[in-house]
Design a protein around this ligand. Structure first.
Ligand SMILES: [Zn+2]
Length: 450
């Protein structure tokens, strides 16, 4: 019996040692992020000194300089840019809209959807309300022709994960203008894709179809949506916006690396998107994501960690209205003949970490590392199959065996800020941001050591 126990201990010893070293190192990562972290100050600087960063704008260009300079200041092995072309869309003068209710004029809180055409002067018309896109698709064109469609789909409050509720409503923003135009509408308003009721309209990308007329599209705040829904009788809308699209311009993904010591040609990419919508400061979306990943590389360097694989942080450009950064990156690295084994994205806000999702076979990782026990002290419990992220998704086509991971923070408040002017630095909590940095840094460390 005694002999058998000794054999068991001898077999388990390397594994125990491995896992103990891991837990000690993860503790150091958390200590660095929480006691000597740079993430909160870096996010403040990005949000307050640069501001919102819509692709093709001067602010987006400044954010490229900002990123390069910041990465250089941390002394990584390599800092460089990848050139891409990005679309240009400008909001123009502030959008305005009123409704007339009996003798009263009521101004609406409104934002053009990204990519929308202008109203071409003041547009007025009767509002016709639908509760979702299917209702509009089934409508008799006679009831829509010459009117302005209002799509008032609400988030399903029963969905615990708010990204699921968002997904359920996404089509009113993405395809509302196409379906409205097919029925002869003059324009489309949508209820903002948001969890709660407030006065902030939420913008976001929308699509046109070359086979139907391009009509203007905008989002109204959820409080205005409630107001419109509750008005009995005819609603007259007066609406003006002068947004427009321009020629593509040159922009960049910004990249920093620590070169691998054993397998420098095998790459682990992690990042978020540097661009944001042009309202607010892009703090949660996705300032937090790029800062999470920058901090991860900084912390590993500060702890004098020598990675086996090359660790590469990518600040992707143009996730919001084209994904040119993500698509361009995947094509570029494939053409260069690089080997990519893992990629991770943070693009769900700077809230308290819950875990990681994996687009691929998570068991390959879980069989080798006990994520549950390593992360237990930090209250991170969720390691499930799921989506990686928009920016890293194109890598899947280039590398069928790659495992993609998405950082999963708490989702309850994300859609209070998403694509709205409320997405400012002050909406991000320092400790929550730092815990996210630590969770991601630890995950990158564990992937590197597989
Ligand atoms: Zn985002």
């Amino acid at each position: 019996m005694l002999k058998q126990n000794w054999i068991l201990i001898l077999i388990l010893l390397p594994f125990l040692e491995f896992s103990q070293n891991d837990s000690l190192f993860i503790r150091k990562i958390y200590d660095e992020c929480l006691e000597k972290g740079h993430s909160y100050e870096d996010l403040r600087s990005l949000c307050k000194e640069i501001g919102p960063r819509l692709s093709g704008s001067p602010q987006a260009q400044m954010s490229v300089f900002w990123s390069e300079e910041k990465m250089n200041s941390y002394g990584f092995d390599k800092v460089y840019k990848q050139e891409i072309k990005v679309p240009v869309w400008k909001r123009g003068n502030k959008e305005t809209a009123w409704i007339k209710k009996e003798k009263e004029w009521i101004p609406l809180h409104i934002l053009a959807l990204g990519g929308s055409v202008s109203t071409n002067g003041l547009l007025s018309g009767e509002l016709v309300i639908f509760q979702n896109l299917d209702e509009l698709k089934k409508a008799n064109p006679k009831n829509v022709e010459g009117k302005i469609v209002f799509l008032n789909q609400t988030f399903d409050q029963k969905d615990i994960n708010t990204f699921k509720a968002y997904g359920g409503c996404y089509s009113i923003r993405g395809e509302g203008a196409i379906e409205g135009a097919k029925k002869g509408a003059k324009g489309v308003l949508i209820r903002s894709l948001a969890s709660g009721i407030d006065t902030h309209p939420h913008t976001g990308s929308m699509h046109y179809d070359d086979n139907v007329k391009k009509i203007p599209a905008a989002a109204v705040s959820t409080s205005d949506a409630e107001l419109l829904q509750n008005i009995i009788g005819k609603i007259e809308l007066f609406w003006e916006m002068d947004c427009f699209s321009g020629e593509e311009v040159t922009s960049y993904n910004v990249i920093a690396e620590i070169t691998g010591t054993k397998l420098p040609n095998e790459i682990i990419t992690f990042g978020g998107h540097l661009d944001s919508w042009d309202v607010g400061e892009g703090a949660h979306d996705d300032g937090a994501g790029v800062i999470h990943c920058l901090e991860a590389l900084r912390v590993l360097k500060a702890l004098n960690y020598k990675p086996q694989h090359t660790l590469r942080v990518v600040f992707f450009m143009n996730e919001e209205n084209g994904n040119k950064g993500g698509l361009g990156y995947a094509e570029w690295v494939k053409n260069k003949g690089e080997k990519h084994i893992f990629a991770l994205e943070s693009d769900r806000g700077g809230f308290t970490p819950k875990g990681f999702s994996c687009d691929g076979n998570f068991n390959l990782i879980k069989e080798k590392i006990n994520l549950y026990s390593l992360y237990k002290p930090y209250e991170v419990y969720e390691f499930e199959k799921g989506y990686g992220g928009v920016d890293i998704n194109p890598l899947k086509k280039m590398y069928p065996d790659i495992l993609l991971f998405g950082f999963v923070p708490d989702s309850q408040r994300y859609f209070d800020f998403h694509h709205a002017e409320s997405d400012v630095f002050e909406a991000v909590n320092k400790r929550e941001l730092e815990l996210g940095c630590a969770a991601i840094t630890s995950f990158i460390y564990l992937l590197d050591n597989l």
